[in-house]
Design a protein around this ligand. Structure first.
Ligand code: PLP
Length: 338
């Protein structure tokens, strides 16, 4: 029998016993009337943690991103974003469908957007070019391998662009743990910030969008329009509160295991040119000429991974991957090294 190690995503985690207990006991009300105490508690905690005026609880990170696009742009606007960001490449074209916006794409292989290039796009606005409504960034930046933005870089960008900045912080807490910066300081340069509870923090469902109170009031309207207003959602928020309280610091273990995995990958696939030092958080993303076949071969021996494209493999560590799992992956990859 093979072991089964699921490295497809940090979304595959099971809710912890503490989360399930909190869900069972949660105080709830109709959030459509603003009467769910657990949702209100979670929204207040996240707003405070990110030092924003307000936060809105939503079922998914995609919905939070889409609400941000709606409140920051007008139809026909351009959003400047990294070419491989979730908002651009992993949301089924939702920004075009929901908000009638288009993207001006900036190369983002390192995870950051080149400030000069972003400024150049904005300065090129003219009578025949669409207005740049917002700049969108991702921290940590998933496709580059979970890369945190360096200290100061986002401040510099936000200062230079003089436009609203939306921060996709699906894995902002991974950036917090990797850099030692507070969530509030990482969120400070952004107008709107989304964070996921259902990625590394292990909650079953939920994300939040945070920002200025007036924008968040409008975001609540967009949540309703998108069908994301919920009722006794406190059963979900209660798990989210446990996630925020107990699951942030332990991300360091995911990062440590990802570093180990990165070394294994670099050893097994030298032709990929993968630099294990590029792994800073919980994601190992590397190039391979036939990513799908490789992922299928690994799955045959119980190691589940994913592809970011036909030529890029992604392996993710999380709450439900332990040291014995890593040992097993090491055995599997060692067979390829010979
Ligand atoms: C997962 C993810 C999202 C979307 O979150 P869902 O809850 O899956 O909708 C957005 N951005 C990034 C960077 C993500 O990794």
């Amino acid at each position: 029998m093979y072991r089964r190690v699921d490295l497809r995503s940090d979304t595959v985690t099971q809710p912890t016993p503490a989360m399930r207990a909190a869900m069972a006991q949660a105080l709830v009300g109709d959030d459509g009337y603003g009467e769910d105490p657990s949702v209100n508690d979670l929204e207040a905690r996240v707003a405070a943690l990110l030092a924003k005026e307000a936060a809105v609880f939503v079922p998914s990170g995609v919905m939070a991103n889409q609400m941000a696009v709606r409140v920051l742009t007008s139809p026909g606007d351009v959003i400047v974003a990294g070419a491989n960001q979730h908002l651009v490449d992993f949301e089924m074209g939702a920004s075009a469908r929901n908000s009638s916006v288009q993207f001006a794409l900036v190369e983002d292989a390192t995870g950051q957007l080149d400030l000069d290039r972003v400024v150049e796009i904005i300065q090129s606005e003219s009578h025949h070019r669409a207005h740049v409504g917002a700049v969108a960034v991702e921290n940590t930046h998933m496709p580059s391998g979970g890369t945190p933005w360096p200290a100061g870089a986002l401040e510099a960008l936000a200062h230079a662009v003089e436009r609203p900045v939306h921060l996709d912080g699906a894995r902002l807490f991974n950036a917090v743990v990797a850099t030692g910066a507070s969530a509030a300081s990482l969120a400070a340069p952004a107008t709107t910030v989304m964070v996921c509870l259902s990625k590394g923090l292990g909650a079953p469902v939920g994300s939040l969008l945070a920002g200025p109170a007036d924008l968040m009031a409008r975001a609540r309207v967009e949540r309703k329009r998108l069908g994301g207003a919920m009722r006794q959602a406190g059963v979900l928020a209660a798990a989210g509160i446990v996630a925020l309280e107990t699951m942030v610091e332990r991300l360091e273990h995911d990062h440590r295991r990802a570093h180990q995995l990165a070394e294994l990958v670099a050893g097994a696939f030298p032709e990929s040119g993968y630099d294990p030092a590029s792994c800073r958080t919980n994601i190992v993303a590397f190039d391979h000429p036939d990513a799908r076949t490789l992922v299928a071969e690994l799955a045959d021996v119980g190691v589940l991974g994913g592809t970011l494209s036909a030529r890029r493999v992604r392996l993710v560590t999380h709450l439900d991957v332990d040291d014995e799992d890593l040992d097993y992956v090491a055995t599997v990859l060692a067979r390829r090294t010979r």
